[in-house]
Design a protein around this ligand. Structure first.
Ligand SMILES: Nc1ncnc2c1ncn2[C@@H]1O[C@H](COP(=O)(O)OP(=O)(O)OP(=O)(O)O)[C@@H](O)[C@H]1O
Ligand SMILES: [Mg+2]
Length: 254
């Protein structure tokens, strides 16, 4: 199973890219699992699920942790978590939402993230009867998610950035953490790019070789799809951004 995480500063296009890649792969017949670990969750919404109806791990983390503590067989609990706390969208993508900050004064997400880690370990293991081809993790803005070790040994870190030095600086920090975590590959995605020249300039700021960087062009269709809350692939299948995200998919699969 291929494991891919999206990282980068706020608003750089992590959710757009992950949801479009997941949909492309699912429509080709791949079995796709996605985890939304961003407390400002909107991946489920982007994937067309009535997101308020998707149960989250944080709402139920007390019960899940008790079950995990008592269980002799963590695999059984993981099967249960996948069953109870996920939803499948119309393209067959199974979506797990970690959930929002639990409540004021108790904003710690550590135990929810450790549950996501256990489930990810389970779906990657031979004990999981469902053979997923790919698991995506859409993360919150900033390098924190990598600091928590969730993506240890992932196959690919999609480092999203806008073509600005500030955005590139966050990506540089993310790329260093990813390397230290043992993530096999970081691919730099320079999103909302309006010039081919961005590739060389931003790759050098981030410290990822230019051959491992791709551009996604600035494209109003993405904003239009967002504004109308529709799937980008359905609304604008031939738009520049979709073409560029297809190139990312080829690179990942290659
Ligand atoms: N290639 C693009 N061209 C134009 N606008 C884009 C492009 N990609 C994304 N956007 C717009 O940028 C905004 C942020 O995108 P998105 O939600 O995917 O980012 P994000 O990194 O997941 O944000 P957050 O950190 O808040 O989770 C959205 O309004 C989206 O429509
Ligand atoms: Mg997002």
């Amino acid at each position: 199973m291929l494991r891919i995480i999206s990282t980068g500063k706020g608003g750089v296009g992590k959710t757009t890219t992950i949801s479009t890649l997941a949909t492309m792969m699912a429509r080709e017949g791949k079995k796709v699992l996605v985890f939304d670990t961003d407390p400002s969750m909107n991946l489920a919404m982007t994937l067309g699920l009535p997101y308020l109806e998707v149960p989250t791990i944080t709402e139920n983390k007390g019960r899940i942790n008790e079950e995990l503590d008592e269980a002799e067989d963590a695999a059984g609990i993981c099967r249960d978590i996948l069953e109870k706390y996920s939803r499948v969208n119309r393209d067959g993508i199974r979506v797990i939402v970690m959930g929002a900050i639990p409540d004021e004064g108790n904003g710690c997400l550590c135990s929810a993230i450790s549950i996501v880690k256990i489930v990810l370990g389970y779906v990657s293991s031979d004990g999981c009867p469902e053979r997923y081809d790919v698991a995506f993790v859409d993360s919150q803005a900033g390098p924190e998610i990598l600091g928590r070790g969730l993506a240890k040994d992932f196959d690919c870190n999609l480092v999203l950035t806008e073509p600005t030095p500030k955005s590139a600086e966050v990506s540089r920090q993310v790329a260093v953490l990813a390397r230290n975590l043992g993530i096999a590959k970081s691919l730099l995605v320079i999103n909302k790019s309006e010039s081919e020249e961005d590739r060389a300039r931003i790759s050098s700021l981030v410290g990822i070789p230019v051959e491992d960087s791709l551009r996604v062009r600035f494209d109003r269709s993405v904003m239009e799809a967002d504004r109308n809350d529709v799937c980008l692939l359905d609304a604008f299948p031939g738009c520049d951004a979709v073409k560029d995200i297809r190139e990312i998919k080829k690179r990942i699969e290659g």
